[in-house]
Ligand binder design. Structure first.
Ligand code: AMP
Length: 395
């Protein structure tokens, strides 16, 4: 992996693919600048080495030029977050853009207009990629969130830099965190896979069976397994068409020596609502009229003991309908357990949309070793796929 430290940036112009795809409110103001702050270490490093920075990003999904999604809207926030003035270029490629980039002095930062104002970006167009490459002398990719896309700025332009390209600090951290689970993790390794449906997690589960010692299955997908095993699921979410798959997965895990953990008791409600009446049932005996929406107290204890035994922990997907505070206990508890294990020296990685949202919502983020910034890219990595953006840096 070629990283920032392997390249000399003095008097060089780094063209950096960042992920500034930040949320904007109705007034066009940035409502969450986490992604901008996440790119700061890379930009700071290059500036401190005497290099200048040309920043490339997309924002939203514009179809052609759309002033409401101009990166101009975020310039002030980027300046604030980076604590340095940031220039803006109203074009992304072409003569004027190249001139503006070439005029940068060491330490200066220039943000280019939204990449996706050009359809050539997502098409991975070679000519457009070459034009992007004219903007700098070194290529740095620091956008993990788009590393699974073979777009012009994320992948194709890398070929014009030979050895003069590298991982940004954020991308490096993301890749190392995933490697710590998928390749170099200390055992026992535990994957906690929750969420609504088993059908959306098949490839991930299959891939993880090759890597982990324990697989904890939580959330709505539990009831496809318990139905397959002859249990009654009441009104709980269930995909009967995946029951055969669930059984084959249990068989496969057994052959590979992976221990599968399901909740033994669950908290159910008499309607899908935060205000529903609650009862705890054995996971195999959920009566009609009741919908299981969280892990029960016994399961929470069992899961706690399991988590504390493990040295590497991956968490993807909530253990219940955490959006309802009355059914968030299992998700909060597993997060607390992971936090405790992490404090004792385990490595924990949280990734994938809803678990990241849950961790942030319940204030658990500081207790985890690493929280992935890239939803799709993270999931594809866990599925065992190699990401085009990462491959392009290694060629
Ligand atoms: P996913 O995007 O597949 O990770 O699923 C996340 C969603 O799963 C969240 O919105 C949760 O509310 C939902 N979920 C978790 N447990 C259950 C459950 N027992 N019943 C219904 N939905 C659930």
């Amino acid at each position: 992996m070629r990283t920032l430290k392997d390249i000399s940036f003095a008097n060089q112009r780094a063209v950096i693919r960042v992920d500034f795809n930040v949320p904007l409110n109705d007034k066009g103001e940035v409502t969450d600048r986490t992604r901008i702050e996440a790119a700061k270490p890379t930009i700071d490093y290059i500036r401190a080495q005497g290099g200048s920075c040309v920043l490339l990003s997309h924002l939203g999904r514009p179809k052609g030029i759309d002033p409401s999604q101009s990166l101009q809207k975020i310039v002030t926030t980027v300046s604030d977050a980076l604590k340095t003035p940031v220039q803006f270029c109203s074009t992304t490629v072409g003569q004027a853009a190249e001139k503006k980039a070439a005029n940068l002095n060491p330490g200066e930062v220039l943000l280019m207009e939204n990449l996706r104002f050009h359809e050539e970006e997502t098409e991975g167009d070679l000519l457009f990629s070459k034009q992007l490459a004219q903007l700098g002398t070194i290529y740095v990719n620091d956008a993990f969130g788009t590393a699974h896309r073979a777009h012009a700025s994320t992948t194709i332009m890398a070929q014009f830099f030979n050895e003069k390209k590298c991982f940004g600090a954020l991308l490096e951290k993301e890749v190392l965190a995933i490697e710590k689970v998928m390749k170099t993790g200390a055992t026992p390794i535990l994957a906690i896979i929750g969420g609504a449906k088993v059908s959306t997690k098949i490839t991930i589960i299959e891939s993880l069976l090759e890597k982990v010692n324990h697989l904890l299955i939580g959330g709505g997908m539990v009831y496809t397994f318990t139905k397959a095993l002859g249990g009654s699921v009441g009104n709980s979410i269930c995909e009967p068409e995946y029951c055969d798959y669930a059984l084959s997965l249990l068989e496969k895990a057994k052959k590979k020596g992976v221990k599968i953990h399901l909740p033994t008791d669950v908290v159910a409600g008499n309607s899908f609502s935060n205000e529903a009446e609650q009862k705890v049932f054995n996971v195999m005996k959920i009566p009609d009229g009741w919908e299981a929406m969280d892990a029960g107290p016994k399961s929470i204890k069992q899961f706690h003991n399991l988590v504390l035994e493990c040295k590497t922990i991956l968490w993807n997907g909530p253990l219940g309908v955490f959006e309802f505070p009355s059914f968030a206990q299992g998700t909060i508890a597993i997060g607390e357990s992971i936090g405790e294990a992490t404090k004792k020296g385990a490595f924990s990685l949280v990734g994938g949309g809803d678990s990241v949202a849950a961790v942030k919502q319940f204030g658990l983020a500081p207790k985890m070793s690493y929280i992935s910034t890239g939803g799709g890219a993270m999931l594809e990595s866990l599925e065992g796929k190699s990401l085009p953006g990462i491959e392009a840096l290694q060629e």
